[in-house]
Design a protein. Structure first.
Length: 308
């Protein structure tokens, strides 16, 4: 890689990380006035489907609809969007966006024990220590006596962690069972469409439907911008993997976490005690230690960060 290419790809890496990181405080705004998870989920998937349809049209991509492909769409829609985002949207009502950023940083760390369980990887002490360090970061936030334990509900911290578990399983599912010959753009496109089909009756039946007609307020704008940034950042990540390789692109995990906290401070004016900054440092260290050595698995770990 030349110096010019390194500068270009490094700039793209930072931009994608900044875009993905911004989706977390935008999620906080989207739930701030009472919008519920099923309504938000439907419109997130609908906006994603519109954006992905546009990308597919430009690329000349077609949506394969064989049984094997449909199974992939449905499973990824469930474990990569509907189930984890249901948890994330509910947790966002009760937790600061910066804390959500730290909790979602557990995704590549959770991916390690899941990969061991599925016989996709082998045990390494370095990565086990990374898992332990990541858990220490969570404990720094929720243990009695921590600076934030007095006003952060522990129950919702664990709900936020459940979301990360689903995302981690998503990447391992793809590594174990594949995508039936689909490329990442097709997977996200199909999953968005099938996710819409699943969440529309849930939103209507639960009374959580969000009327798309004006007037529009900050939560509506936050939802549209957040969903669009998510899809654009994912497409950019796929492009970066193809140009710079998965080993380089996997570093996006760090930027998503750091920018998530930065945007929470800029947009929401969130301030954190010393324990949160220490927890952030531990989490980044844990992410570094647990990073898989194999390029293909490193790519999976970074892909998993696309799900909020």
């Amino acid at each position: 890689m030349t110096k010019r290419e390194l500068a270009l790809y490094g700039g793209v890496l930072v931009l994608i990380g900044a875009a993905w990181g911004m989706t977390l405080p935008l999620t906080k705004i989207a739930v701030s006035t009472g919008y519920k998870h099923f309504g938000l989920l439907f419109w997130q998937l609908a906006i994603g489907a519109i954006v992905m349809s546009t990308v597919a049209l430009v690329r000349g991509t077609r949506l394969s609809m064989g049984w094997a492909q449909v199974r992939v769409y449905v499973i990824i829609a469930l474990i990569g969007s509907i189930l984890p985002n249901t948890a994330s949207y509910q947790a966002a009502v009760h937790l600061p966006a910066g804390v959500l950023s730290i909790l979602l940083s557990m995704i590549p760390i959770w991916a390690f024990p899941i990969a061991l369980f599925l016989a996709l990887d082998r045990f390494e002490w370095r990565r086990f220590i990374g898992l332990a360090v990541g858990m220490m970061a969570v404990l720094m936030i929720v243990l009695p006596g921590a600076d934030m334990s007095g006003f952060i509900p522990v129950f919702w911290v664990f709900i936020g962690l459940i979301a990360g578990l689903f995302y981690a399983f998503e990447g391992n599912y793809v590594a174990r069972w594949g995508t039936a010959g689909l490329d990442p753009i097709q997977v996200l496109w199909g999953a968005s469409i099938f996710g819409m089909i699943v969440t529309l009756p849930l939103a209507l039946g639960s009374g959580q439907w969000i009327d798309p007609r004006p007037p529009y307020g900050p939560p509506d704008l936050a939802q549209v911008v957040g969903a669009s940034l998510h899809v654009i950042a994912y497409a950019g990540y796929v492009w970066l993997v193809g140009r710079a390789g998965p080993v380089f692109a996997v570093q996006i995990s760090y930027f998503v976490t750091i920018f998530g906290i930065f945007w929470a401070w800029v947009i929401l004016r969130e301030a954190y005690p010393a324990s949160v900054w220490f927890a952030l440092g531990l989490m980044l260290l844990g992410m570094y230690l647990v990073k898989p050595r194999k390029p293909s698995l490193e790519a999976r770990a970074a892909i998993e960060d696309n799900c909020v």
